[in-house]
Design a protein around this ligand. Structure first.
Ligand SMILES: O=C(O)c1cc(=O)[nH]c(=O)n1[C@@H]1O[C@H](COP(=O)(O)O)[C@@H](O)[C@H]1O
Length: 236
């Protein structure tokens, strides 16, 4: 494998400030992973931190899971594109008009536009949690429904759990990108994640990218943790 283009690993930098995030990034190799900046780190450290990571050679997935009226969400993804991020996400439950507006707003960026993906059912949720918000079908069925909507709106892929990947690859085709958090090496704590899978099993199931946070960021030796996962998935 050469370059992060070939690595499916996205490390989630869930830190409260830029210092620990930059310290960890300093230990990681941009040829072996991309980085995800989410709500906690972006709220504390903003676009300046994203630029610093990009200057260090990392491609950045800006994970702010936009969910708003179409005009507001479209403006937000355009701001992410201005920042030069590699990938940005919205919630599929924002619906067809919101997702279509986002995709259309990115057209002006031509080949520089980021990948636009939609979150289906959070990997921390079970069927019990879904029934609590009025959804009575299985997680797999709801993910499928939202993935179909997302693809029909012309987006590049979805965030889902690796457990749903085999079904989605059959239903949506191989070009539709599956970004899967809830990745746990066999020895790692599950934490608040519910629909989980090991890195190798997730890739075999059809995941295109593995989003991995605490198993790397909270490891005693984050670089060794990344290398171990990289070795597990390389060549699969
Ligand atoms: O959009 C995401 O990245 C996301 C969607 C989802 O369904 N589940 C999920 O865990 N995530 C993110 O993926 C990361 C997973 O982190 P760990 O559980 O520490 O590996 C976190 O930054 C979450 O915000």
């Amino acid at each position: 494998m050469q370059g992060s283009q070939a690595s499916p690993i996205i490390v989630a930098l869930d830190f409260p400030s830029d210092q620990p995030a930059l310290a960890l990034a300093g230990q990681l190799n941009p040829e072996k992973c991309r980085l995800k900046v989410g709500k906690e780190l972006f709220t504390s450290s903003g676009p300046a931190l994203v630029r610093k990571l990009q200057q260090r050679g990392f491609e950045v997935f800006l994970d702010l899971k936009f969910h708003d009226i179409p005009n507001t969400a479209a403006g937000a993804v355009a701001a992410a594109a201005d920042l030069g991020v590699w990938m940005v996400n919205v919630h599929a439950s924002g619906g067809e008009k919101m997702m279509t507006a986002c995709r259309e707003r990115l057209e002006r960026f031509g080949t520089d536009k980021p990948l636009l993906i939609a979150v289906t059912v959070l990997t921390s949720m079970t069927e019990h949690d879904l029934s609590g918000i009025g959804i009575s079908v299985s997680a797999e069925e709801h993910v499928s429904r939202l993935a179909t909507l997302t693809k029909n709106c012309g987006l590049d892929g979805v965030v889902c759990s690796a457990q749903e990947a085999p079904k989605l690859k059959v239903e949506q085709g191989t070009a539709f990108q599956l970004i899967t958090p809830g990745i746990r090496p066999a020895s790692a704590d599950k934490g608040d994640q519910q629909r989980i899978m090991t890195p190798a099993a997730a890739l075999k199931a059809g995941s295109d990218y593995l989003v991995i946070g605490r198993p790397i960021t909270q490891a005693a030796d984050p670089l060794a943790a990344l290398e171990a996962i990289y070795a597990e998935v390389v060549g699969l």
